[in-house]
Design a protein around this ligand. Sequence first.
Ligand code: HEM
Length: 406
Amino acid sequence: MPLGQSDSTTYASELCDPELYQQGNPEDLWRRMHAAGPVHEGVFEGRRFHAVVSHTLISRVLKDSKGFSSEGGMRLDQNPAATSLAAGKMLIITDPPRHGRIRQIMNSVFTPRMVARVEHNMRATAVDIVDRAIEEGECDFTNVAARLPLSVICDMLGVPPEDWDFMLDRTMVAFGSDGADELAMAEAHADILSYYEDLIRRRRREPRDDVVTALVNGVIDGTELTDEEIILNCDGLISGGNETTRHATVGGFLAMLDNPDQWAMLRDDPGLLPGAVQEILRFASPAMHVLRTAVTPTRIGEHALDPGDPVALWLSAGNRDPRVFVNPDRFDITRSPNPHVAFSTGAHYCLGSALARTELTVLFEELLRRVGGAELVGAPQRTRSILIWGYDSVVVRLVTRTERWR
Ligand code: HEM
């Protein structure tokens, strides 16, 4: 039965209700939306927008950076003042050709060699995190998963290890992960920004093999990047790579707990880990949507768009598209092929994708090696957000491999 406009609008509004992700059943909504159509029109904060749930159309829009701009912001619930300040300067909200020039500078550091270099420290951190969690017996796994991504970003940026705890504390507060109020969040963010200013000064004096040095030395069309551009792009690494990787880790761990057959299969054959990591990314899909803005009059599917119209590409729904993924709600570590869009696609394809996959691989390797089993203590608390799909708290009891699997 064809759907009327009002049904589609209801779906799009439900999709943008943060309550859905904290208390409701988003998977059920995505199933209904896929059955109803690939694109849904709705209103968010008084503004018309389109939500795309089809994997094919999501990929098509993301690959068309001439037709769809990133400079109108990368999330529906954005702060317009902060967006206009950073557009054209911060990689993720900059369009080509400048986007390609900044990306080239960042790519010079995000190399396989650099990932291999930070993997050494990453392994030591992962061993420490897992051992501490086992020792504690009962722990909040969201805290366990928090330390690795941030320490890796600090390592890439060139923050010395003695400052990692300071950065972890300030970042958890600044990005609202520990329930701080707005004033405390702003203060913590100001601390991080002034830390970057100091680090920039130090790297101008003593260059190293790190992101801050690459940005300090970065030149576009004969002009050096400004301190503001450097700071925005350092900040972009934390906002892009910290919560996402943390929630993928937690989501993957919970998926394993819910599917002990998959955990057992992985323990019997750790060679399945690369595929398992891809399935964790598809299934957990922590970056729920990305935004684009139509540049010219255009169409997506049956829908006509005017210049300036926002389009929300719902990556987590695209990763459950039954036209692309057989049995999409099943967590299957042997799924192949697995063309998930958790890292987006096109020009803005995640800069840290290799790093994030390595982090997940290293942490799950250490969990497989050390943890025999785990059980939930109470119900996991889900995050109230339309951007990040994840958990605020997941209290678990971990047991060593010498103890029994639950
Ligand atoms: C599981 C972990 C991660 C997920 C799910 C994820 C997801 C994404 C997505 C969806 C985008 C594209 C946004 C768009 O198309 O507008 C993106 C871009 C980006 N990500 Fe990630 N990310 C992850 C980890 C990381 C890490 C570890 C870093 C760096 C330390 C990072 C840095 C970035 C940057 C700088 C961009 C902007 C790229 C550009 O605009 O060219 N991400 N990420």
